[in-house]
Ligand binder design. Structure first.
Ligand code: E4P
Length: 224
């Protein structure tokens, strides 16, 4: 399993990278706009820090423009992967991009059926929007499982990427249901580790520990 960070923030990438949580990065137009400034410069900065795949999305909806834009974005860094929407226009563009050898991450998948032709095309990643699936009243556990079965049944090298991970529950579902990659936003990792029950437990243990006289704690706590 690989973990990508779902962000365009340099600060977040620098924080999470040493924790082993940045095998790659997924950006999208919304995440890039949140950072402000020049998105091209931002992608280049990310590519200086992260050697794994960096997903960058086309901002056109017409196939020919999508292809042109993808070719341009693909030149930004050797590890760029182009995000193409899971639409008919996206599928049309994907045929061309595949021939050109451009790596693709198919985005905005809400129902596994959207991914099937792209799996057949052997794109690199299909991104299921786990959080948004649930917001539309669909069952995301089932959707991840169905996507997993589809990829395996079609014997495709395409990787299942679970995206739109909003909370620790979605994160676990995405792991258990068989994702190859999870792209997790910093806000979700914060929720995982700012768990109040954990914090209470840690505080209680240390409070009890400090009831021992300092002399008794000395050897145990020595770092020499
Ligand atoms: C990932 O590649 C997506 O850009 C991301 O997970 C979108 O999630 P959202 O539903 O939080 O916008």
């Amino acid at each position: 399993m690989e973990f990508f960070l779902d962000t365009a923030s340099i600060e977040d990438i620098k924080f999470y990278k040493p924790l082993g949580l940045v095998d790659g990065v997924t950006t999208n137009p919304a995440l890039l706009s949140k950072e402000g400034g020049d998105p091209i410069a931002q992608i280049k900065k990310i590519a200086e820090i992260v050697k794994g795949p960096i997903s960058v999305e086309v901002t056109y909806t017409e196939p020919r423009e999508m292809v042109k834009h993808a070719i341009k974005l693909n030149k930004l860094a050797p590890n760029v992967v182009i995000k193409v929407p899971a639409s008919i226009a996206g599928l049309t563009a994907a045929q061309e991009l595949k021939k050109a050898g451009i790596r693709m991450n198919i985005t905005l998948i809400f129902h596994p059926s959207q991914a099937v032709p792209f799996i057949q095309l052997e794109v690199d990643y299909v991104s299921l929007f786990v959080g948004r699936v649930e917001e539309f009243g669909l069952n995301n556990k089932e959707a991840i499982w169905q996507l997993r079965q589809s990829i395996d049944e079609m014997e495709s090298p395409t990787k299942l990427l679970s995206a739109s991970i909003r909370n620790p529950e979605y994160l676990l579902e995405a792991v258990i249901a068989g994702s190859d990659v999870l792209t997790v936003p910093p806000s979700c990792w914060q929720m995982v580790y700012k768990n109040p029950i954990f914090q209470l437990g840690e505080r209680d243990f240390l409070k009890s520990w400090r009831t021992l006289p300092a002399t008794a704690r000395k050897e145990y706590e020595s770092l020499d």
